[in-house]
Design a binder for this molecule. Structure first.
Ligand code: RIB
Ligand code: CA
Length: 316
């Protein structure tokens, strides 16, 4: 049995983050060595509680959870209650009964893990705004570059925005942090765009019911996304689930499901205005700059579903 690959998950634990975390915890090829929380969908305390609740419902092993930054670097915190509910988990009153976060700041714990483990032995997947990662880079950039790769749920990919016409929520909520991450000099940084979870990656009513009826974890994964489903009814006109963080987790841990991913030179727009928080891709090479990021904009429908159902224990 080859050694499991080590994974750090950074999350603003809304309801789709919860599904992604459950997937990673059930992937036998990875060991989640810690989960760090960040202010994003919900305030930091709620993101941390939601993460602990997710660990309890996932009911596998229980990585240490550390609280991170409680506000974006510069921009005001806005949150996303319309997408995930006030508590980020569908306002159903889910809560962990026995788990607690560990003492220590997430940013320092990320640096400690990267310093103490062999260079290239830890993958990082971020599911929320990049505040924690940016702070770690500002403190010890060379230590953060010891990560083997960083996969970010963030950007519109090659598509359109979900919080403004030009921007996707995770980048938009802390665009200054995203700029620091893109300029850090990672060799293997991938942005999974919101468009990767759209199109034929959207879960339909039948698949939603199948997951919900599969287990207590399946019911938790679906019911906690009920606010997102009611938003989708309004924006897409049908009961469906666009699973942004699960798409990013699948792209990170099961790259066989990636259909489209290209490297570009990209910059983050941090000037106030209609494009604030957008990821500007130099698609035709106008800048002459070498690529600094890979952008995954599409998943293979069957492979994504196979991985999602397998890691959630859903027997099709
Ligand atoms: O734009 C989608 C992203 O914003 C997801 O990570 C979701 O959880 C929210 O944080
Ligand atoms: Ca998220």
């Amino acid at each position: 049995m080859s050694e499991k690959r080590k994974l750090i998950i950074d999350t603003d634990c809304g309801s789709d983050d919860a599904v992604a975390i459950a997937m990673a915890l059930h992937d036998e090829n990875y060991e989640v060595i810690m989960i760090t929380t960040v202010c994003g969908n919900v305030p930091i305390q709620q993101a941390t509680e939601n993460t602990l609740t997710t660990l309890e419902y996932s009911n596998t092993y229980f990585p240490d959870v550390y609280r991170g930054c409680d506000k974006p670097l510069l921009a005001p915190w806005k949150g996303s209650r319309d997408t995930h509910g006030d508590d980020g988990m569908g306002d159903l009153g889910f809560h962990s009964t026995r788990l607690k976060a560990r003492e220590g700041h997430a940013v320092l714990k990320i640096l400690e893990a990267l310093r103490e483990n062999e260079a290239g032995s830890i993958d990082i997947v971020t599911l929320g705004p990049l505040t924690n990662l940016a702070m770690a880079i500002r403190l010890e950039r060379d230590t953060v570059l010891r990560a083997r790769r960083v996969v970010v749920m963030g950007s519109t990919g090659l598509g359109h925005g979900n919080v403004t016409p030009a921007a996707e929520f995770n980048i938009w909520q802390d665009a200054h942090a995203a700029r620091i991450v893109l300029e850090a000099g990672f060799d293997d940084l991938m942005l999974v765009g919101w468009d990767a979870c759209l199109g034929d990656a959207i879960l339909d009513e039948r698949e939603i019911e199948m997951i919900r009826n599969s287990s207590e974890l399946g019911r938790f994964c679906i019911d906690s996304n009920r606010v997102l489903m009611s938003l989708n009814k309004r924006r897409f006109g049908r009961d469906c689930l666009d699973m942004a963080d699960p798409a990013a987790m699948a792209a990170a841990l099961y790259p066989q499901c990636i259909d489209r991913c290209e490297r570009y030179y990209a910059e983050i727009e941090t000037a106030e205005g209609p494009s604030f928080g957008s990821v500007v891709l130099d698609y035709y090479g106008f800048t002459g700059q070498s690529a600094n990021v890979a952008v995954c904009s599409k998943l293979k429908s069957a492979e994504f579903r196979e991985y999602l159902f397998r890691t959630l224990g859903v027997n099709k």
